[in-house]
Design a protein around this ligand. Sequence first.
Ligand code: IVH
Length: 683
Amino acid sequence: MSVPDEARERALWLRREITHHDYQYYVLAEPQIPDAEYDRLMRELQDLEARYPELVTPDSPTQRVGAEPLEGFAEVRHRVPMLSLENAFSDAEMLDFDRRVRERLGVARVAYHGEPKLDGLAVGLRYEAGALVQAATRGDGQRGEDVTANVRTIRALPLRLRAGDWPRVLEVRGEVYMPKAGFAALNARMRAEGRKTFANPRNAAAGSLRQLDPRITARRPLSLYCYGIGEVAGGELPATHSETMERFARWGLPVARERQRLDGIEAALDYHRRMLARRESLAYDMDGVVVKVDRYDQQRILGHVARAPRWAIAYKFPAEEEITRLLDVEWQVGRTGALTPVARLEPVFVGGAMVSNATLHNIEEIRRKDVRIGDWVYVRRAGEVIPEIVRPILERRVPGVRAVELPARCPVCGSRVVRPEGEVIARCTGGLYCPAQRKQALRHFASRRAMDIEGLGDKLVDQLVDAGLVKDPSDLYRLTREQLVGLERMGGKSADNLLAALERSRDVGLARFLYALGIREVGEATARALAAEFGTLEAVMEADEERLLQVPDVGPVVAGNVRAFFQEPHNREVIARLLDPAIGGIRLREGAPRPPPQPLKGRTFVLTGTLSRPREEIKARLQALGARVSSSVSRKTDYVVAGADPGSKLAKAESLGVAVLDEAGLQALLADATREFNQRENA
Ligand code: IVH
């Protein structure tokens, strides 16, 4: 079938248009059209090419989706070897490099060019007559692998150079890398699919580029930037590297925005410092900067040794990841009682500092990563953030490593540790007693909505605790005038005022007092509800979770917190001291309890068959909620609760049309009735 002229012209136009937008989007990061518009152009071109296969060109943007899988990678011989770089780790080493360069050149000052050193995979990209014909990995520097089909899928790379003043043969050298955001998204996708994640963007880039199926590579968020030249024939390049980089940009090749001409070594040192400061904020991982002699004639004079040029050097940043041994895991207790596992490490230099501790976040994280005491681990310290353990090196695990356990008791005060269901954070329950939580507990206790102790602000709490005068809230009530005036910035008048405020606070209602105890997630409203429900402190302290759940707005989490708090003997001791007339002297105003809720009042139940708990217990429970429990079924029966092997009662219930519940049905009914009852009560 011959191709109509309009189709041919349209395809040409679409290819140019899409290529232009690829450049705007992937190279300049300045998209000019919405994604949907871009997709429309792409689809139109795909349709045209499907109808007229002769229109498909190797440089068509449709060819980026990935060609058929390969059997293996062909070998490519580099006509100009792909060199590596010498590393420097300090200003002194850089000054040394500069001195050597100047001596060989016999000049007093050298113009350099600085560029970021991205951590990825070096590639050589061969353009002939402006068209990409081959892409190869570095390999051993002499021989690499042909990864053309994969590299073609990288959108940042032009399949055809722009403008026209390029040499007939131009081999561009660059680095394929994966931006941080793409890396995070890729790993999230891998995790969601239950597949192994990549340890870092470099591995992800390498793994993605060395896929035999280019369609997989096409779906990986790879990018590329160009930083040098290999073979050049049939044309001239400028006299300096920096000008070549300008040319590259004009030809549509991606070059680092952060590149810079540097006049002399001081400028290069300064460039390194500035780039290091920007490290975290850039979209890609950078492991240092590369400093190159800018003039090509000078580069030629300098030449190279073994595998690295004498005219360039990598000034590395401190590594952000290192490996070391996990010696132990200790648990730190925060001021809210949260337990955080802290890794004790064999000291290691990482991210520019000696690190001997790292966070492990929480027990779930430890289990997920399968970190054990004695393991070799990757430690990461990026910027100013707290060092963390990335993962253990399983290949190096030796017998005798120990699993990390959540302690049953608080390492600071010995109170019980609880971890509510569904939560990752474990906490110490000794809120009133635990030294780690002391300041926070006292601040809350004294606050206006709690005991309202005027004049007892945060600073004073700090002083009292630091001076060892106050360990728990009951100690506040034993402070003497002499002790107070002995404190910094505390005059006689302030001391008297504070003592008067403490005295006033001794008369307190139950709701306020409950709130002041600082039980987790018990705010003022819940404290009021508890006080109204139970009337006395004793009743609240003795209530089990089931009873607590009957209180309006108290769910399983709060009920668990209240129970855990009062079950902790340390807290009970502090409360006893607070109420002891000889110590705290708190005079609690208590009320009458609200009559126990009777959501089942007026309903009659009959129990039959074998139930999971003794029948007497279920009966007592139903009665406590106001129900009548009868032994025979009649028309007045509301529900028959039937267990295993029910007898004649079940048959009778069915004949009378009485509702029959199994145990799960009973539980649901109880929950519904309690909820409805509470709603009515609160209305
Ligand atoms: S120049 C002859 N410039 O670092 C000079 N390399 O450790 C050879 N790299 O193999 C390299 N960014 O993969 C140069 N701006 C940059 C670079 C860079 C990253 C990589 C490249 C090289 C390795 C050497």
